[in-house]
Design a binder for this molecule. Structure first.
Ligand code: 0X9
Ligand code: ZN
Length: 823
């Protein structure tokens, strides 16, 4: 959408903007209130800072702005960008012909004083999910100390403050992950995070990636082979000096080099404009010291930049010629990732020119693949705005590495619920994929994925065949910007205990439907276990498409155990009290079996080790025994008495307040009703309001004889995404202290939904309370949170045996959803 700059035309155009399709899409986004635009092109009173929405007519305006100030979010299709500016920035926007509107709500949200949340003891104040620099370093150092076989914590250089005064500042620390017991050389993935200080999510994502890989090594097949056969190098805090300012709530972006724009909060150089490759070449950075995108006085002038360049050059070979048109060879090795926020983008070189890079097709293929996992928009970096001296142009331009910039999420100071629930899981999968293809990223990303691996039986006797299954899928790309070519699957192969690229003679897998003709094909093969040693084995699966592209492998574990010597865990599962045998499932780690329902007896063969053994049966609370030692040639007896489940508390909100303490305005109403006519709401008769912190607290419950506690409830909610939350919290001291169990957030969740929450942490507690708490900030709109049909249930010897113990006071339609909690 185009917006004229002339102020006189503004009112009419603003109206128009809400009516045309682009405007309608924006309206559907339900933006926070915007202040009137700057009348006559004057900034508002005061010095700012403000978050503004700035409308433009041409891309060139964005490019000229980006050479000085980094736009936070650019919407070319809608014709506006969002950016935080001070008075000088506001004037620059006006000078460049933007029509500027202050976003009062975002400004208020982002300039509000920081405070720790109630009970917050760690993390950035108000953002407990993000470790501080010191906490990140402590976690990584502890990981390396605990697992020296897998992790090394490496000093790769100094931050600017430290170069000035060795007692100040930080080291630039790289966490290097690989199984030291297996010799290299190994393919490498390098990831750097939060080089822009205010970008909270990247450092935490990458730290969690390290914890995932190390924590799952040895228990999950893909993290195991990744650390066995590849190396992962993680620069967790790439700008620690700047980050300390940003942790206080400053919108700090650059490093803190006080030689530029000295003694102001605009000092420093933009490290993502300071890299050597074509430094300052092309109008994609600023020569003005106080600018947000100041490139520094010379290429790689900053110690942080030098540390990254030196580290990367020492770890990776130079695989590309010096001419901009020279491609890296198709089988070039190594992946370089620079993780930023925000805007939900997946970017690859070049950022300095619209010319496609010589490896454009392959970079695009891997970019679309990495974006498959997070749904981000994949494009060549200059599609955002021109940049020069960036990390990715350096890594690709200087060395030929497959280089990407992630722009995570929707905010610099991203709320923790969105980070934990969305950004983290999506991007951990994307990073894991990047680690998988580090050997030959330009080749492997074009090939199909090997998914859903199964081995059956999981535990085979020597010589017993194991059926290996997988799905080979060539379709997994983010196609919002063009569409990636897809071919039918042509082959799949399996190897045992050696990865596919090194195996002498892989086993061909067969298409399950008899023909390789689909872009996604289930495949199977029978593995011969004769000659395999007793113990755990790894089966790798690799698929190939009709163009000969081999995709990223995946792995599955299976075990060969000789029944003559394997440990056995056995015993009986019975109903507590009566001693009646139960039809139950018994699991120990990944191993499981079922009981004979007539006797309740089970017998489970496992590899030697220490196990938590768990028995589950329908309508009974599960029970576990920890520290069961399984020893070769021995049988260890583990019996279970399971308690039947019954409701401790069931409230359908039809017969008045059942002992809840309700902060105003929580009330029972018949609006948006459920089952059939009443529910609790935090916003009777309309929308919820600003700056709320209102609780609905349950009566006390004595769960001292209860196990396997669960909570079921129904709800609808309509809460501004990322800002307003409904929290489910529990207390085990009668309401003195609370811990968060779940958080609900998002607009228009207006279909009544059943939630089922396991609360075994409440088992055995005598003074339990639950609370539903609404927390909102400024400028909210939405129907709020409505609750109904709350059932707290658990197993207890006092419960009646499974039988209909529940009168039908939930009326028609709802009982089925309760069946897993209350029989
Ligand atoms: O401007 C930047 O440095 C990046 N955006 S951010 O909001 N994280 O500051 C975008 C860089 C895009 N260009 C390249 N990746 N080359
Ligand atoms: Zn950034």
């Amino acid at each position: 959408m185009r917006r004229p700059v002339a102020a006189a035309a503004f009112a009419a155009v603003l109206l128009f903007a809400w009516l045309v399709p682009g405007g309608a899409a924006w309206a559907a986004d339900r933006p926070a209130a915007l202040a009137a635009p700057a009348v006559g092109g004057q900034p508002p009173a005061g010095d700012g800072p403000w978050v503004v929405r700035a409308w433009f007519e041409e891309r060139s305006q964005v490019a000229r702005l980006a050479a000085e100030i980094e736009p936070w979010e650019v919407r070319y299709e809608a014709g506006y960008l969002v950016v935080g500016v001070d008075l000088a920035g506001y004037r620059l926007l006006l000078d460049l012909g933007f029509t500027v509107e202050v976003d009062r709500d975002l400004t208020a949200k982002l300039t509000r004083p920081r405070r720790a949340l109630p009970g917050q003891v760690a993390g950035i104040p108000g953002y407990p999910c993000y470790r501080t620099v010191e906490e990140t370093f402590a976690s990584a150092a502890a990981l390396a100390a605990a697992r020296p076989d897998l992790a090394t914590w490496i000093d790769a250089g100094d931050s600017w403050e430290k170069t000035v005064d060795p007692s100040e500042g930080y080291d630039l620390m790289v966490l290097r992950l690989t199984n030291a017991a297996l010799p290299g050389p190994k393919p490498k993935l390098f990831v750097m995070a939060s080089v822009h200080a205010r970008e909270y999510t990247p450092a935490e994502l990458v730290t969690r990636f390290a914890e995932l890989l190390v924590g799952a090594h040895g228990s999950e097949p893909d993290p195991t082979w990744l650390l066995d056969h590849h190396e992962v190098h993680l620069l967790l805090q790439a700008n620690p000096d700047g980050r300390k300012w940003a942790e206080q709530g400053e919108w700090w972006r650059k490093n803190t080099d006080n030689d530029y724009c000295s003694d102001t909060s605009s000092r420093g150089a933009d490290l993502n404009r300071n890299f050597e490759f074509l430094w300052g070449c092309c109008g994609g950075s600023s020569g003005f010291e106080c600018a947000e995108t100041y490139r520094g006085p010379s290429p790689a002038s900053e110690p942080e930049t030098q540390a990254v360049q030196d580290y990367v050059r020492a770890e990776f070979p130079d695989q590309r010629g010096d001419d901009p048109g020279d491609p890296a060879p198709p089988d070039a090795t190594g992946v370089f990732l620079d993780v930023h926020s925000f805007s939900e983008l997946m970017l690859w070189p070049w950022g300095y020119t619209t010319d496609p890079p010589p490896n454009s097709t392959a970079l695009q293929t891997l970019g679309r693949k990495l974006a498959y996992f997070n749904g981000y928009y994949p494009e060549q970096a200059i599609g955002l705005y021109p940049t020069d001296g960036t990390t990715d142009d350096f890594a690709y331009g200087d060395l030929g590495l497959a280089a990407y910039t992630y722009e995570l999420g929707t905010s610099f100071f991203q709320d923790c619920v969105t980070f934990e629930d969305v950004i983290l899981p999506d991007n951990l999968r994307s990073l894991t994929y990047a680690a998988k293809v580090a050997r030959t990223p330009y080749l492997t990303a074009a090939g199909p994925d090997a998914l859903a691996l199964t081995a059956s039986p999981l535990v085979a006797q020597p010589g017993q065949p194991v059926l290996l299954g997988a799905v080979i899928d060539d379709t997994r790309y983010e196609n919002s910007n063009g569409s990636e070519p897809v071919q039918p699957v042509a082959a799949a192969r399996a190897t045992v205990d050696e990865p596919p690229w090194s195996a002498a003679s892989p086993l061909a897998m067969d298409p399950a439907d008899g023909a390789f003709d689909q872009p996604a094909e289930p495949v199977a093969a029978t593995l011969d276990t004769a000659g395999l040693a007793d113990g755990r084995h790894t089966a790798f699966v690799e698929g190939e498409d009709a163009d000969g592209n081999r995709g990223a492998p995946s792995a599955v574990f299976f075990w060969v155990l000789d029944p003559a010597t394997a440990p056995i865990i056995d015993g009986f599962v019975r109903e507590s009290g009566s001693g009646l045998p139960l039809a139950a499932t018994v699991t120990a780690a990944v191993f499981s079996t079922v009981t004979d329902p007539a006797t309740g007896y089970y017998s489970l063969m496992v590899p030697p080790g220490s196990y938590t053994v768990t028995a589950t049966a329908e309508d009974y609370a599960p029970a576990s025994v920890d520290g069961v030692e399984a020893v070769a040639s021995q049988t260890v007896r583990v019996d279970f008495d399971l308690d039947p489940i019954c409701a401790v508390f069931a409230d359908d909100v039809e017969s008045g307040n059942q002992g809840w303490a309700a902060d105003s305005p929580w009330a029972i109403t018949d609006e948006s009703s459920h089952s059939p006519s009443h529910s609790w709401t935090d916003s009777p008769g309309g929308n919820y309001s600003n700056l709320r912190d209102d609780a609905l607290v349950s009566p006390p419950f004595d769960l001292s004889a209860v196990s396997g506690t669960t909570l079921g409830f129904w709800h609808i909610y309509d809460l501004e995404p990322g800002y307003d939350f409904g929290y489910l919290e529990t207390s085990t001291d009668g309401g003195g202290t609370w811990s968060t169990v779940r958080a609900f957030n998002g607009w228009n969740q207006t279909t009544w939904t059943a939630e089922e929450v396991a609360l075994s942490q409440l088992d055995g507690q005598g003074e339990v309370r639950l609370r539903f708490r609404l927390e909102t900030d400024v400028s909210v709109t939405g129907d709020g949170w409505h609750l109904d049909d709350v059932v707290l249930a658990g197993g207890s010897p006092g419960c009646a045996r499974p039988a209909p113990i529940f009168a039908d006071d939930f009326e028609s339609g709802d009982l089925s959803a309760w069946s897993s909690v209350v029989p």
